[in-house]
Ligand binder design. Structure first.
Ligand code: GLA
Length: 363
């Protein structure tokens, strides 16, 4: 896009994680799905060499000059600053000029649906188009990940940014770069979300869990050649004297979720005859591991999962880092009943669809 005095709009979706929760930063496989709740960014040129941002949802704003020394100020727009810092660091942008920016979103913030990745990807998609950066969707995802991880210091993996940038249901092998990506069919397109309305920053649970997992891995590596892609639960049990009880539990959880993800991917890779009851059951099994082994669930999430299943869902699990946020339930044909059950157990139900499109320019 060339210089414009009219707002041009770009958007990117949030995501749910079907399989592979807390696996991305362990370089294992994940299966996220983009959903049709999006963050929308409008941009319009100004001649001020400044980025002037307004949120349509919160009435908050930001205003900073474009220079080589953009700093973070710990407000909700640091995501925008971090992307520019990342682009500058990688020498990907020289010709930045001033922009007026508006932001609005249908994604609840801090709810495990990747509102931050949607903002990062929508903004990078906008800058990519406006300043002709020639980044493809994977490059937009990687840049967004680096901004969140390296610049903003969030302990996240790559799942959210790739899901938001690429859209659809993807299988993502996080052992890279390069990362191997498989597109899965959107056979279960309609989903029910249950928002606990418990808001939290994903960084805290991520940091605690990641530290326990990494220190467990380090301890094992001291005694045996250790590969988390292959180790079995029996082998882990044999090595348990090397680990603290918490490390053992967390690694056990990582192995269970790794194997659930593999089984789900085998099924999702079929061209036809998806086994939906099995895929649902695997969601619930994963929730059990998140609750009992990684210990990142909270009672309202467990209650919504149980209520969904009682109301006819094939399976359900918390989505995102945990300790709050949302559950996702797979309930083909029973969406309304499951939504009612979620509301009854104290959550806010949202029926949504898998969105086959990732970051995009709006027409
Ligand atoms: C957050 C992180 C992701 C992932 C999930 C847990 O959403 O941003 O990278 O680690 O938690 O699966």
């Amino acid at each position: 896009m060339s210089k414009s005095s009219e707002f041009q709009y770009y958007s990117a979706p949030g995501r749910v994680c079907f399989y592979g929760e807390h696996q991305d930063y362990l370089k294992l496989k994940v299966v996220p799905a983009a959903i049709n709740l999006r963050t929308l960014i409008g941009i319009k040129d100004n001649d001020l060499k400044r980025i002037r941002v307004k949120s349509q949802d919160t009435a908050s704003s930001d205003d900073f000059s474009i220079s080589k020394k953009i700093s973070l100020v710990k407000n909700e727009f640091d995501y925008l600053r971090a992307i520019i810092i990342s682009l500058q660091k990688e020498d990907l942008v020289e010709n930045l000029t001033g922009l007026d920016v508006t932001i609005s979103s249908s994604l609840p913030i801090g709810s495990g649906l990747s509102s931050s990745a949607a903002l990062l990807v929508a903004w990078t998609t906008a800058l990519n188009d406006r300043f002709q950066l020639n980044l493809n969707k994977e490059e937009i995802a990687l840049l967004s990940f680096k901004a969140e991880n390296n610049i903003l210091g969030v302990n996240c993996g790559i799942m959210d940014q790739y899901s938001s940038s690429l859209g659809g249901i993807i299988g993502l092998d996080c052992d890279g770069p390069p990362y191997k990506i498989t597109k899965h069919s959107t056979a279960f397109s309609s989903l029910v979300l249950g928002d606990s309305c418990v808001r939290r920053s994903a960084n805290e649970p991520l940091t605690i869990l990641k530290n326990q997992l990494y220190s467990g891995i380090k301890n094992l590596q001291k005694v045996v050649p250790f590969n988390l892609k292959e180790i079995t639960f029996e082998e882990l049990t044999r090595l348990k004297s090397t680990l603290t009880p918490n490390e053992q539990k967390r690694l056990h959880g990582a192995i269970v979720i790794r194997d659930i993800t593999k089984e789900a991917q085998r099924n999702l890779s079929k061209k036809s005859n998806l086994n939906l009851p099995l895929l649902g059951e695997l969601l619930t099994k994963q929730h059990d591991a998140l609750r009992d082994l990684l210990e990142v669930s909270i009672p309202i999430l467990d209650n919504m999962v149980n209520a969904s299943i009682k109301a006819g869902a094939l399976g359900a699990k918390l989505t995102g880092a945990g300790f709050g946020g949302c559950i996702v339930a797979l309930a083909p044909g029973k969406e309304k009943e499951v939504a009612a059950a979620i509301e009854h157990s104290g959550g806010k139900a949202i029926i949504c669809q898998v969105d086959s499109e990732g970051g995009r320019k709006e027409k």
